[in-house]
Design a protein. Structure first.
Length: 91
């Protein structure tokens, strides 16, 4: 059996390192991250969003509200005084 020389081993390691760096550099472009995209949000109509609270339930006391006027789950500008069917209390 022919053993690779030290020079050949170094060349193989460099090749693997270059391939690993190329894959790592491509991850953001391939969408291979664990963060949800903004496209994953639902429309206001789909969750019966309204610009007024429902009793004591309002966006600014919902677990999904992102101040000052966004929501993790619903598209568009979200009023702190709004409400939708996805409302849930802050934990
Ligand atoms: S009530 Fe609905 S729109 Fe408001 S923050 Fe919660 S999930 Fe988002």
């Amino acid at each position: 059996m022919i053993k690779p020389s030290e020079e050949e081993k170094g060349s193989t390691r460099r090749g693997l390192l270059k391939a690993a760096l190329a894959v790592a550099a491509a991850i953001p472009f391939l969408g291979l991250t664990t963060r949800p995209s903004k496209a994953a949000k639902v429309s206001k109509a789909a969750v019966a969003y309204q610009d007024s609270p429902k009793g004591s339930q309002r966006c600014d006391n919902c677990r999904l509200f992102e101040p000052p006027k966004s929501c993790q789950a619903v598209q568009g500008v979200i009023s702190p005084n709004g409400w939708c069917r996805l409302w849930g209390p802050k934990g």
